[in-house]
Design a protein around this ligand. Structure first.
Ligand code: ADP
Length: 742
């Protein structure tokens, strides 16, 4: 009797503990709570059913209870398998199709157990245990192995999965909880004990199974292996900076977090259960999965995520309100800055292209007012002496150097934002390469206008303006200078022209009176016997003066002529040989007078050169005339023309005259340079001849040279490049380049 009471108590106790754990799992929202609750209910039912069978003595009731007990047992294996699948994260098996597949055999078994058609499943009978109590046992019929197969099959599958999961967890470094060990050990023990207990009709399965499940249940609940996550979730959700709101399938608010309370200014508890549309009528009615809204003065990115169970059925929605106001503002600021910069670039391009100071000032002031939001202002350009050069003004403002703020800004070269007066002011000195060249002053009475950002932005603009102004200023300066130079040049050219004309007229006109004078004086010389004694001497002096004047006039005229020729540029190929011959011939008479020998040798048949024949003739005449002039009576002068290295011709005029002392040879080719020696001191000359020769020869690409030994004689000469007929190809290239140039 004592055993029976103990057994009943134990069974009942097991049953109630199971129900208690089921309840506990509901309160603590651990993972697999739903599944655990189901299992615990079934086990509780099983235990209590068994306890009742033992407790009652009415046969019919015992039979009925046994039937119900068997019906419950059918579901235990499945509930256990589902729990394990849930714990081991094999949730894909928990889809609707799988669940139906798994449930069907169980439903079949359960129906069979409850109906128990005779001869099909089992035949129950009441027996007395050797231990002294009455119980119901069943003799197995045809379909009974199926029942064992289904219930045990699910239970074993669950056991294998659970063991594998525990084992993998251990390998992955997770500690196996003592409850898991207890579960495993109890299961094995039960398998071994069952045959012995069955012999005395004692059914320990419900109690043992329950104990096993406590192990799991308590493991889950107490060790909080899984319930940390929901707690953590709760914490995260509560403290998330984003607003969170959960609505159920009926559109009623289930919960919202503190961020959401902050955003809306509502109390979460007060809104619980309210329809979302009633609680927040300002929310857009048809929410998309992702929407951007402007709500409660904030820019919000609203994400809507459906909350589904493992059968993908939607039970509600999670609404996340992500505040993107900051980002939006930053984006807007950035857009605004980019826009400003774009305008700045345009203005900068515009003023960079303008070289008119007036235009630069006008464009700059207009742009500065537009960009800064100023109402009036001025831009002033001044010089180093602080003298105003140009300015542009908008509104009733005036530029005054002595105004303290203005003075300070210019002196320190620092841009300034002045806010301590009723009118806000931006003072921007325009700094050129070296000094402050101007000032930009912008003003507004509006308190919201002009910030530090405006100041820095305007500084960029003012730098550009300064560069443009400096350029315009320099351009104008250069322009003025060029104009001045052109004016001076024209003036000088004009004066030069007048001077040249006067010299030419004077020189030319002087030649005639001199010729007349010369004629009469020569005549007087012829009749000198008729004159008093001292007159011949006078006449000689007069003749010498007249000759000197003639030479001088000729030189001046030829110098002037050469300069004019140089400007006219009349170059063409001509043969030098007949030219030299002619020049020598021209002097033969004079040399004969001085009893000199003047010879000419040409070791070249023709020497064609490209240039001005008149000028070259002038040069040769000068050299030959010098040789005749600076060689005493009876001397020898030899003129030679010869080719040099095939592409040049050389002309030398050699004499055995007075020669030039070495110390006076250096400046010989300078204008007005004359050699002063005893012998030549009395010989008339201007010192222009050799200078003229040098100019002519060098202009024709040749070289003038000389060699002279004082007392022995001199050799003067020059080389000139020979002219080569251009080839057909060269002619064509020349023609092409001319056409191209046109
Ligand atoms: P000018 O003959 O009018 O003085 P040039 O320029 O022709 O001027 O000559 C400069 C000087 O060079 C002459 O004063 C003369 O002393 C010297 N000179 C020129 N040619 C000879 C020469 N063939 N022999 C000696 N001295 C010469």
């Amino acid at each position: 009797m004592g055993l029976l009471v103990g057994l009943i108590t134990l069974s009942l106790l097991s049953g109630f503990i199971s129900l208690w754990i089921a309840d506990l799992s509901t309160q603590r929202r651990v993972r697999g709570a739903v599944e655990l609750r189901l299992l615990m209910w079934l086990l509780g039912g099983w235990c209590i059913g068994y306890a009742l069978i033992l407790a009652v003595e009415n046969e019919a009731l015992m039979m009925a209870l046994h039937r119900i007990k068997l019906g419950i047992i059918c579901w235990v294996g499945l509930a256990w398998l589902v729990l394990v699948l849930r714990l081991t994260d094999n949730t894909q098996v928990l889809s609707r199709r799988w669940l139906i597949t798994l449930t069907l055999p169980v439903m079949l078994m359960c129906t069979l157990a409850l109906v128990n058609p005779p001869g099909w499943f089992y035949a129950p009978k009441i027996v007395e245990s050797p231990l002294g109590f009455l119980t119901v046992i069943e003799t197995h019929q045809t379909l009974y192995p199926l029942f064992t197969f289904v219930t045990l099959g699910y239970a074993i599958a669950g056991f294998v999965l659970f063991t594998r999961w525990a084992w993998q967890g251990r390998r992955a470094g997770r500690r196996i909880s003592p409850f898991t060990w207890a579960f495993l050990v109890t299961f094995v023990v039960m398998v071994f004990i069952a045959p012995f207990t069955n012999r005395v009709y004692l059914d320990i399965t419900p109690i043992v199974t329950s104990v096993i499940s406590y192990a799991i249940g308590i493991g889950l609940l107490q060790l909080r292996v899984f319930d940390l996550l929901p707690v953590a979730y709760d914490k995260v959700i509560a403290n998330m900076p984003d607003g969170l709101l959960i609505v159920d399938g009926n559109g009623r608010i289930r919960t919202m977090n503190t961020a959401m309370e902050r955003l809306t200014g509502d109390d979460a508890k007060a809104l619980e259960g309210e329809l979302l549309v009633d609680a927040f009528p300002t929310l857009p009615p048809n929410l998309q999965d992702e929407t951007e809204i402007y709500w409660h003065d904030r820019h919000i990115k609203l994400n809507r995520t459906p909350i589904t169970d493992y059968q993908t059925e939607i039970h509600g929605y999670l609404l996340v309100f992500h505040d993107i106001t900051q980002r939006k503002r930053a984006e807007d600021d950035l857009k605004w800055s980019l826009h400003q910069l774009d305008i700045l670039r345009q203005i900068s391009d515009e003023i960079a292209e303008t070289l008119s100071v007036d235009d630069v000032l006008l464009i700059s002031l207009d742009a500065a007012l537009r960009l800064s939001g100023g109402d009036e202002g001025y831009i002033a350009l001044f010089n180093d002496q602080r003298k105003l050069i140009a300015s542009k003004i908008v509104g009733a403002v005036k530029f005054d150097f002595n105004e303290p703020d203005v003075y300070h800004a210019i002196k320190t070269r620092q841009a300034a934002l002045i806010t301590n007066t009723p009118i806000k002011r931006l003072l921007l000195p325009l700094t050129g390469r070296e000094s402050v060249i101007g000032l930009l002053n912008l003003q507004t009475p509006k308190a919201t206008q002009f910030t530090e950002e405006t100041l820095s932005f305007m500084q960029i603009l003012s730098d550009r303006i300064a560069v443009a102004m400096e350029n315009a200023r320099l351009y104008h300066q250069a322009q003025d200078q060029i104009e001045e130079l052109q004016r001076l040049y024209q003036q000088v050219s004009h004066l030069e022209g007048i001077k040249t004309d006067m010299i030419r007229i004077a020189a030319h006109d002087l030649r005639n009176p001199l010729a007349v004078l010369m004629g009469y004086v020569s005549m007087m010389q012829l009749d000198q016997e008729l004159l008093p004694e001292e007159y011949p001497d006078y006449i000689e002096q007069m003749l010498s003066a007249v000759r000197r004047s003639t030479v001088m006039i000729n030189d001046i005229l030829s110098l002037e002529r050469i300069e004019r020729m140089a400007q006219e540029q009349t170059a063409e190929p001509f043969d030098l040989v007949p030219q030299v011959r002619e020049a020598v011939r021209e002097f033969s008479w004079l040399s004969q007078e001085k009893k000199q020998t003047l010879s000419f040798d040409a070791s070249i048949k023709n020497a064609v050169i490209h240039g001005d024949a008149l000028q070259i003739y002038e040069a040769m005449i000068n050299l030959i005339s010098n040789a005749v002039k600076y060689t005493p009576e009876g001397g020898q002068i030899n003129v030679r023309l010869a080719p040099v290295s095939g592409y040049q011709v050389i002309l030398t005029v050699q004499d055995n005259g007075y020669g030039i002392p070495e110390d006076q040879q250096d400046d010989l080719f300078l204008a007005y340079a004359r050699v002063k020696t005893e012998e030549t001191g009395k010989i008339e000359g201007t010192g222009l001849g050799l200078n003229i020769v040098k100019n002519i020869i060098e202009r024709h690409g040749g070289n003038l040279f000389f060699d002279s030994i004082y007392g022995e004689g001199s050799t003067f000469g020059f080389t000139l490049p020979l002219y080569k007929e251009p080839t057909e190809k060269a002619k064509k290239t020349l023609q092409d380049s001319k056409t191209l140039a046109k």
